[in-house]
Design a protein around this ligand. Sequence first.
Ligand SMILES: NC(=O)c1ccc[n+]([C@@H]2O[C@H](COP(=O)([O-])OP(=O)(O)OC[C@H]3O[C@@H](n4cnc5c(N)ncnc54)[C@H](O)[C@@H]3O)[C@@H](O)[C@H]2O)c1
Length: 253
Amino acid sequence: MSNPIQRVAVVTGAARGIGAAVARRLAADGMGVAVLDLHEAACQTIVEEIVAAGGRALAVGADVSDEAAVTRGVERVVTELGAPSVLVNNAGVIRDNLLFKMTVEDWDAVMNVHLRGAFLCTRAVQRHMIDQGWGRVISLSSTSALGNRGQANYAAAKAGVQGFTKTLALELGKFGVTANAIAPGFIETEMTAETAERMGISFEKMKELVTAQIPVARTGKPDDIAHAVSFLASEGAGFISGQVLYIAGGPRN
Ligand SMILES: NC(=O)c1ccc[n+]([C@@H]2O[C@H](COP(=O)([O-])OP(=O)(O)OC[C@H]3O[C@@H](n4cnc5c(N)ncnc54)[C@H](O)[C@@H]3O)[C@@H](O)[C@H]2O)c1
């Protein structure tokens, strides 16, 4: 069902994986969608799909950790699509290693994209939400926030996203803006496929091993996350704020 008001959403890291599924879903929900990723050309396929399905979308190239690029990107969204009132902080990278082998570059790369990126994008978009008296900030955390071997940087960043979200909920609530985090377990994307490759096992084998640990007996798909984003971004979800929704096919990661 279409929204009565045409909302504009910015989805970061939307050229592939979870972000692409979220962009398609919010467009199907009736929103105009800015498909933002490192390179504008990489966003074009998703934009074309959305437009072919009758939706509105704009490809925006920006590194979420670059303050000037984020400012420029959001200005383009305002001019070419309309003032955004939904932000999905989804862009992410992994640089896994055991602590004793983790370089400062591995640490900084992960902090910059997940934390600095979420901060810069939210700060750039919140003004437009406040002007509209309505907004939804949805940020991707992870079950790794609870601790995960080989992911000291990523776990710290994803736990940081939860603290960031709860603080946004406190500061922005009175302006009609909610903030929530989604913490997925294993979702089939290029990110998890690359992890399998790094571990020296096939993706099929990895999925089999992971599935054995998941109560619903399957791995997650990007659409599982897009469905939750759609719910949290909906008009009726205005009394849900500061929450972390774990989506892992069961009660544990
Ligand atoms: N796949 C999983 O199992 C899983 C589980 C929990 C959380 N997550 C989180 O969900 C989000 C999406 O993950 P995914 O699996 O779709 O990953 P992915 O690697 O398939 O896609 C991530 C996207 O983010 C983009 N990106 C990276 N750095 C960027 C930057 N600086 N600026 C703009 N865009 C940038 C990439 O280009 C890519 O298109 C990430 O935040 C990830 O940490 C994924």
